[in-house]
Design a protein around this ligand. Structure first.
Ligand SMILES: [Zn+2]
Length: 233
C-alpha cells in the first residue's frame, strides 16, 4: 500500500542582510543545492542597500520544472517587542494605525529593495491579533498567514497555515530526534501538509547538522517540499 506523505513547508524566520552578509546564507545555499524549496521571513528594516545583490540568486532560483525555489514572506517591519503601552509586540496589542503603518511600510520596502510582492504574512513571535487580520485583509495581495493564534473566521480570503510540527526544541535549536517524534505524533497532517519553523541565523555547526538530518529524513520519506503560496494556487 502506498502511504501518503505530507507536503512540507519550511518556514525560516528573521532574514536580514547587512553589508552583503545574510546570516542564513549557508542554510539557504544548502537548500538550493539540494533543490529543496523553502520560504524565508524578511524583517524589512534589517535589509540594507546590499540586500538585492545578496538575495537575488535565491529570489530568481527555479527548478527544472521552472518553478520558483524560494518564497519571501512578510515578517514585520522591525520585529519589535517594546511598544506602548505594555511592551507590546509589533502585531499584538498595538493600535490599528501602528500595525497598518508597519505592515504597509514593510510591504513597500520589500517591493522597493527586492522587487518582490509578498503574499504570506507571519508575525514576529507568531503574535498577531484581530487588528492584524483586518490589516492583512485590506491588502488583497496577501493570501496566507502562518500560525495565527486566533480564528481567521470572517477574513475568509486569508488561509491560515496551522499544521505546525516543531523541529526546534526551543527557539533556534534544531533537534533531529525531537522532530522525528513530532512527525510521528502528527499523523493527522500526513495526508496534507506540515509547517516546519526554524531560525537559521545563529545555528552552530552541530545545529545545522541536526537540520540536515531532518531534511534527509523527509527526503527519504518521499515528502514534497512546497512554498506557502503554492498551497492556495
Ligand atoms: Zn521572528
Amino acid at each position: 500500500m502506498l502511504i501518503a506523505q505530507p507536503k512540507i513547508v519550511l518556514k525560516l524566520d528573521d532574514i536580514g542582510v547587512a553589508n552583503h552578509l545574510c546570516k542564513a546564507g549557508q542554510v539557504m545555499d544548502y537548500l538550493l543545492q539540494k533543490s529543496i524549496k523553502a520560504s524565508y521571513g524578511l524583517i524589512a528594516n534589517r535589509l540594507d542597500e546590499t540586500a538585492f545583490s545578496t538575495l537575488s540568486k535565491y529570489i530568481n532560483a527555479t527548478n527544472s520544472r521552472d518553478e520558483r525555489m524560494v518564497e519571501l514572506w512578510h515578517h514585520g517591519f522591525d520585529h519589535s517587542n517594546n511598544n506602548l503601552s505594555n511592551n507590546n509586540k509589533e502585531f499584538s496589542g498595538t493600535s490599528y494605525g501602528f500595525q497598518k503603518k508597519h505592515f504597509n511600510d514593510a510591504n513597500q520596502l520589500i517591493i522597493k529593495k527586492l522587487g518582490v510582492q509578498m503574499h504570506t504574512f507571519g508575525a514576529p513571535y507568531n503574535a498577531a491579533d484581530s487588528v492584524t487580520l483586518k490589516v492583512i485583509s485590506e491588502n488583497s495581495n496577501y493570501k496566507l498567514i502562518f500560525f495565527p493564534s486566533l480564528d481567521v473566521g470572517k477574513h475568509l480570503k486569508i488561509t491560515s497555515l496551522n499544521n505546525r510540527v516543531d523541529m526546534e526544541k526551543g527557539v533556534g535549536n534544531p533537534n533531529y530526534e525531537y522532530f522525528v517524534s513530532n512527525y510521528e505524533k502528527n499523523v493527522v497532517y500526513q495526508q496534507s501538509f506540515m509547517i516546519i519553523q526554524g531560525h537559521p541565523n545563529n545555528w552552530t555547526i552541530e545545529q545545522f547538522n541536526e537540520f540536515t538530518k531532518t531534511i534527509d529524513f523527509l527526503v527519504l520519506k518521499g515528502c514534497e517540499f512546497v512554498l506557502p503560496f503554492e498551497l492556495v494556487k
